[in-house]
Design a protein around this ligand. Structure first.
Ligand code: ZN
Length: 67
């Protein structure tokens, strides 16, 4: 049975999301390793989830101000 194919949010590579895969479900095994600077060097801050969460929080604040 094939595993679902996911796209890594860090490096953009597609990978198989295997049950019990360690790390994040939206990161490939290589990028799931903590502080693997060599794998993500120059590609991303490595905090895409944090950035997205922060952006959402800011948007929520803006909406609240408008209403
Ligand atoms: Zn990756």
């Amino acid at each position: 049975m094939p595993f679902p194919i996911k796209t890594c949010i860090v490096c953009g590579e597609e990978f198989e999301l295997k049950p019990g895969k360690p790390g994040f479900a939206n990161r490939c095994p290589e990028c799931s390793e903590p502080e693997s600077e060599s794998a993500t060097d120059g590609l991303s801050s490595g905090n895409a989830e944090q950035d997205a969460a922060r952006r959402k929080a800011i948007r929520d604040l803006l909406y609240r101000k408008e209403i």
